[in-house]
Design a protein around this ligand. Sequence first.
Ligand code: M6R
Length: 366
Amino acid sequence: EKGGFDHFMLKEIYEQPSAILDTFRGRMLPNEGIIKMSGIEDNMKTFLNANRIIVVACGTSWHAGLVSEYIFENLARIPVEVEYASEFRYRNPVITDKDVVIAISQSGETADTLAAIKLAKSRGAFVFGVCNVVGSSIARETDAGAYTHAGPEIGVASTKAFTTQITVLTLIALRLARAKGTISSSEFRHHMIELELIPEKVKKALESDAYVKTIADIYKNSNNFLYLGRGYNFPVALEGALKLKEISYIHAEGYPAAEMKHGPIALIDENMPIVVIATKKGHYEKVVSNIQEIKSRKGKIIGIVTEGDEQVKALADHVIEVPETIESLTPLLTTIPLQLLSYHIALMLDKNVDQPRNLAKAVTVE
Ligand code: M6R
């Protein structure tokens, strides 16, 4: 049932082009200029009247929530707060009936996320679910929702759930942006056309697999990794580090690139591999100067760059190319080589890729 792949994780990484397509198919019609999702249409007033959106989630789903913060704020101009469900539920948070809570969960069974939803509902908030598992507890507990349609995710390390969550959240943000008039109809159409191209571009990003494997081989015995990114790709850095930690048991940290000089830069020496997401769109020059700082401290630089990049290539020890897209969609591409890197390192270290120690696919206890 692994469809010819050695592991579920690899199969699920390779399923992303079709999973993302399944997520937007039928919901987005670029030619007609339409995005329709019943969970949004039926509650449009609630969304448009909301003072803010509070996202609650755990782990990888929380990272997707962080990406959505940039998407919602940029496109729909709705303030967003992203909370760890486990912290939110015990914090006596200020919530009112003017808040919309979006709960993100692949399994739909995460105990902390479920508890956060119940708390938000009890205080009058409207709760919208973004789940993968149909009919799951979270899907049932929420007031409305949208499924990711990623298909079953078996590997404990979440991969296609992440990219399809970002896809659904992008559709929601675009739909709300259009309704609010915060983007023009041509920008709206442009975003849809670019999203439609993403499955093919993910396929291209997957072509880096063999090269990523050679990088994995070089750094597999490192004790620490740093992952850096800015803007939309800051959460991708966090996600890349989480993937490496959970399946290869190598310590890794994700950081916003500019925070490096507030501490983590002290860690950098010739033994430290640093994965830097430096795509052309979004703070590129600033990230390039961060790369220069790393280089002068002899850190080993693995750049995730836009196809045809020259500047980072001249500085980095290795560059992995991903196709060009609009800034808000870059996470869907930059995350691919990071998934592959963690997969290959874990495999080379002989770890159980699909069922890492101490972890469960769905964390149903707090
Ligand atoms: O099913 P959920 O999306 O609610 O799960 C949340 C986390 O437990 C999950 O994303 C976890 O962090 C993954 N193992 C990460 O790969």
